[in-house]
Write a protein that binds this ligand. Structure first.
Ligand code: FCB
Length: 458
């Protein structure tokens, strides 16, 4: 009898296999941005932690290049062909209008190291941090932010454009605005809906401007942003009220960003229906950051929160608890990735999964997490989704913002005392998938046996 089932869930040719990283979480010695200042304040970061020397990509007095190079070696040895990193605005423009050529040169060197290892760089221009001079001017609340950001972006593209064509303007505008201005867990720790809306609106406008700037400077640029997709599931699918609440949350959390960057329309209440020409069609690709779905229930006691209550299903498999909070980081749900991809496909653009990962301190979930999420990504491709790449968050355990050093997302374990990296089992799993350009059946049999029949049949 011939076996008609595939031996591997094959990804398309030229699929980009990467890891995602960010400057402040890896470099170290960043003292001139608003996060470094925030980390000095009491009770802001779990355990009083600081990014400090981080994972050591940028040591004191310009050291650290070898540490970065050794990590790039790790990525290349796994069989990856891409790496997402961000540039630190506060290094490149340490004072208003003053650009540090040596910092730009250093980034060019780092990117050269990636290229030399066959790792295509994806460069994020804003990943949560900005220089203190800008913070003092109100950062994303300042009406001039579009000009500041566009000027900075132009310098970066000028300096790195001979080695980089894949750009991500802003990482997770929604998360930056929500965490910093509504929930208060990120700087500046505000709790104001009008300020949240203002910041989100300006981030979108600045993205549109940056998109035009990059294309003016570089013909073959591919530009997008990374959107943290909140997959909103009605708490009770049979309840029309829950379904409406979930749809409203989807609109607020996702459509505000996605519709704006395609139709140019700033959704109410961001702009009361205003259409901004330079935002129309301002993404060459959509960057999807997916970690978890969320359940949404209609709650009449919460008019200020759009009558919605959001939570993780306690009966679902949950990932590690966020230190300092009483809840898990999220649900482990690969089908949420499939749903997100299907929803994004409606925008008609290529998609990169710019982040996907799980906090898992003992790495007992991550091997299965990676294999099953990629199996769902494969399923989405079979259903017609134009998915071009996957960036796992992240290579080495790193500084996890408000959670400090206690949420561990790395494929490599970091010894905080010595800086030593130790590969986790998940790095071998991800490496096998990247090298095979797909999820082999025998690998799924090892790490997720109950899922084998879902993808490979009998
Ligand atoms: C995302 C951020 C990234 C990292 C992961 C875990 O929201 O973009 O920097 O913190 O979460």
């Amino acid at each position: 009898m011939t076996n008609t089932f595939p031996a591997i869930l094959k990804m398309p040719e030229k699929f980009q296999w990467g890891v995602a990283t960010a400057a402040h979480q890896n470099e170290g010695h960043n003292r001139n941005n608003q996060w470094a200042a925030w980390e000095q304040q009491p009770n802001r970061i779990y355990g009083g932690a600081r990014a400090g020397v981080a994972t050591g990509w940028w040591g004191a007095a310009g050291a650290g290049l070898e540490t970065a190079a050794a990590d790039f070696d790790r990525a290349a040895e796994m069989g990856l062909n891409s790496l997402r990193l961000s540039v630190e605005w506060s290094r490149i423009e340490p004072e208003e209008g003053v650009f540090d050529q040596s910092a730009l040169h250093r980034y060019a060197e780092m990117i050269g190291l990636l290229r030399a290892r066959g790792l295509e760089p994806m460069v994020t221009l804003h990943h949560f941090t900005e220089p203190l001079w800008l913070t003092e001017k109100g950062a994303w609340e300042n009406p001039l932010i579009e000009d500041y950001f566009s000027r900075f972006v132009e310098r970066v593209v000028d300096a790195l454009g001979d080695q980089v064509t894949l750009w991500c303007t802003i990482n997770e505008p929604i998360v930056y605005a929500y965490n910093g201005f509504l929930e208060g867990s990120f700087p500046p720790g505000a709790k104001s809906l009008p300020r949240t809306i203002k910041v989100l609106r300006r981030m979108l406008l600045a993205h549109g401007r940056a998109y035009r700037t990059i294309h003016r400077v570089q013909n073959d640029a591919r530009v997008g942003l990374a959107h943290n997709m909140r997959v909103c599931l009605p708490a009770n699918p049979a309840s029309p009220a829950d379904r409406r609440a979930a749809a409203l949350m989807d609109r607020i959390s996702n459509r505000t960003v996605l519709d704006a960057t395609t139709t140019g329309r700033l959704l109410a209440p961001l702009g009361l229906g205003e259409t901004v020409t330079y935002l129309i069609d301002s993404c060459d690709y959509i960057g999807l950051n997916y970690y978890t779905p969320v359940r949404v229930a209609f709650d009449p006691t919460r008019p200020g929160l759009f009558f919605a209550r959001m939570f993780f299903d306690p009966n679902a498999e949950l990932s590690d608890i966020v230190p300092g909070a009483a809840t898990a980081y999220g649900e482990i749900d690969p089908t949420g990735l499939y749903l997100a991809l299907k929803q994004l496909a409606a925008y008609g653009k290529p998609i990169y999964i710019t982040e996907n990962g799980v906090p898992d301190h003992d790495d007992d979930v991550r091997p299965r997490f990676i294999a099953t999420h990629l199996a769902e990504a494969w399923r989405a491709i079979q259903a017609g989704v134009d998915l071009r790449g996957y960036y796992h968050w992240t290579l080495v355990d790193n500084f996890e913002w408000a959670a400090g050093w206690d949420l561990r997302f790395g494929l490599f374990e970091l010894d905080l005392e010595t800086g030593t990296r130790t590969p986790k089992a998940s790095s071998a799993v991800y490496g096998r998938i990247a090298q095979a350009n797909g999820v082999p059946r025998e690998l799924l049999e090892q790490v997720a046996p109950v899922s084998v029949s879902r993808y490979f049949g009998g």
